[in-house]
Design a protein around this ligand. Structure first.
Ligand code: FAD
Ligand code: FES
Ligand code: FES
Length: 520
């Protein structure tokens, strides 16, 4: 039984297929067709909906992609779709419908032409508006909120103008304390579901039967429950954010007859800052870890702005990224460079291991049947240590890496410009079948002066560490060349710490793009 609040009303579902996506559920089971399907793979944002969780007694909402989330992940949550965003007027009291500020601003600033992207864009902007408490958002936040929304015909200028101006409209939402879709009343027993049969008969919708395969899904609330489920159902798959596993359903037409949603287990969602290390639960989403990473590992935090889109980061987890073991996943190389350890747990007990021992072969890991990833332990940086992280991809946002390179340098305690390398740990993505350290490079850099020449020379050994492949993202030669260039870039940045060398830092600096390029 999955129980959640849909547009302000609590409902129970006991018969939907385990692998039914939220988008498919809304359109075929609830006759809520305002939410659109574009790509079905998390890339366009047309399916954006708002997912609410109760925090400190109040519901907080974030935009997620309905097409790559499963209904099983909704247990205990509140879901708002574009269909319910406007406040309904009353015929009796002669009050008109009132659009949400995000909707009204999109109308007034001409933010829509064909309109296909519009429901998703409105939902992303509504999330921004609510989380700003109705206050204006700065340009950076607006771009961030729209990072997962593709518009092919209006163009972004009017959409951004709508975002800049939506705070001028009357706020009818969460912060106004209104009980309704934003702050649903206390959970009651089930309410009558929408009469989809009648809608279908009217020829409006083709409603698939609720469960078209023999399937089961669970939403455990504790790790003990999870361990028992994994022991009893060894073939069951786990879903945390769904941003990898849902693609198996929507892009590869696979079925997931047994699914365990682990996104509601509080003990997997903790962040603890200790004197010497930081513990991050495998179920913490990227949006939840952003502040901690920005504070303790700024370059790791900065990487998150290049990682997928806001919608994906609101749901996706580091546990999913590491368990998925993709050679082009972004966080494993950084965690390798940071010498992180990982905790695996099962009904048999818990075990810790260095992450570098976790990846065995292409998509093969140390994770055994019945086990799950529980926690990451990341040593904090010492004063004489520096983390460098570089993502090479064709687009700034929402793109997969061709190469990801991460380095932790331990430097001699000398002035900048006179330092030498005491030790290095590294992690590379896109260079081998697994995320991997470059051990020959690490040795070649020891005792080297921090200079472009010395690092360029050391970088030549990288072809002893890797023989990268050619694929749709980059050729083998390109990958090797860019990785070697990044090693030189480390020397440049370490010896010029005050220069702006990253395009991502532009909006925080006074420099223009041209000046940054000149500096770099
Ligand atoms: C549009 C889009 C853009 C993306 N961009 C990027 C990007 O820029 N960089 C990048 O690296 N990735 C990217 N991804 C991939 C994906 O978002 C990440 O890999 C994400 O971290 C997966 O986490 P999740 O919680 O969504 O995993 P899920 O999809 O829920 O799970 C992935 C796999 O891990 C398993 N799993 C999940 N949690 C655990 C656990 N605690 N223990 C054991 N097994 C577990 C699941 O069973 C499943 O097999 C993108 C995906 C999309 C759809
Ligand atoms: S339909 Fe394109 S992101 Fe969901
Ligand atoms: S208005 Fe047509 S895609 Fe955005």
């Amino acid at each position: 039984m999955i129980r959640f609040c849909l547009n302000g009303s609590w409902i129970e579902e006991s018969a939907v297929s385990s692998d039914m996506t939220v988008l498919r559920y809304l359109r075929t089971q609830q006759a809520l067709s305002g939410t659109k399907e574009g790509c079905g793979s998390g890339d366009c944002g047309a399916c954006s909906v708002l997912l609410g969780e109760k925090q400190d007694g109040k519901w907080q909402y974030q935009a997620i992609n309905g097409c790559i989330s499963f209904v099983a992940q909704l247990d205990g949550k509140s879901l708002i779709t574009v269909d319910a965003l406007a406040t309904k007027g009353s015929a009796k009291e002669k009050t008109p419908d009132q659009l949400h500020p995000a909707q009204q601003a999109m109308v007034d600033y001409h933010g829509s032409q064909c309109g296909f992207c519009t429901p998703g864009i409105v939902m992303s902007l509504a999330a921004l508006h609510e989380n700003q408490g109705g206050e204006p958002a700065d340009h950076h936040k607006i771009i961030d909120a729209l990072s997962g929304n593709l518009c092919r015909c209006t163009g972004y200028r009017p959409i951004i103008e709508a975002a800049e101006n939506m705070s001028k409209y009357q706020n009818n939402s969460a912060d106004a304390g209104q009980v309704g879709i934003w702050q649903p009343e206390a959970e009651t027993k089930s309410e009558a579901p929408v009469d989809v049969a009648a809608e279908t008969e009217a020829g409006l919708f083709h409603a698939a039967s609720n469960s078209d395969i023999a399937s089961q899904s669970w939403s455990p609330k504790t790790e003990d429950e999870l361990k028992t489920l994994l022991a009893q159902h060894p073939e069951a798959r786990m879903v945390a954010g769904g941003s990898d596993i849902a693609l198996e359903v929507t892009q590869m037409n696979r079925r997931l007859p047994e699914l365990i949603a682990i996104n509601d287990i509080a003990s997997l969602k903790t962040i603890t800052v200790e004197d010497d290390s930081i513990l991050i639960g495998a179920g913490v989403t990227y949006s939840q870890m952003e502040a901690t990473l920005n504070e303790h590992f700024p370059e790791f935090g900065q990487l998150l702005h290049r990682f997928a889109s806001r919608q994906v980061r609101n749901n996706g987890t580091m546990g999913g990224n590491v368990a998925n073991a993709s050679p082009i996943g972004d966080t494993p190389p950084v965690l390798l460079a940071l010498e992180a350890c990982i905790e695996l747990a099962s009904a048999e007990g818990n075990r810790w291991m260095p992450l570098k021992e976790f990846f065995l072969d292409y998509k093969k890991t140390e994770q055994k049947q019945g086990e799950y990833l529980r926690m990451f332990r990341i040593p904090r940086l010492q004063k004489n240590q520096a983390l460098k992280v570089y993502k090479i991809s064709k687009r700034l946002e929402d793109d997969i890496s061709a190469v990801l390179a991460a380095f932790k340098f331990t430097l001699s305690n000398k002035e900048v410009g006179e330092q030498t390398v005491i030790s290095v740990s590294s992690g590379f993505g896109g260079m081998a079948g697994i995320p991997k350290a470059a051990t020959n490079l690490e040795q070649a850099l020891v005792n080297k002066a921090v200079s472009m020449e010395a690092f360029e020379e050391a970088a030549q050994v990288l072809n002893q560490d890797f023989a990268p492949m050619t694929d749709v993202r980059a050729t083998s030669e390109y990958r090797m060349q860019v990785a070697q260039n990044l090693i030189q870039k480390c020397a440049f940045e370490l010896s010029n710490p005050n220069l702006v060398t990253r395009i991502e830092s532009l909006d925080k600096s006074e420099l223009s793009a041209g000046e940054v390029a000149n500096h770099a």
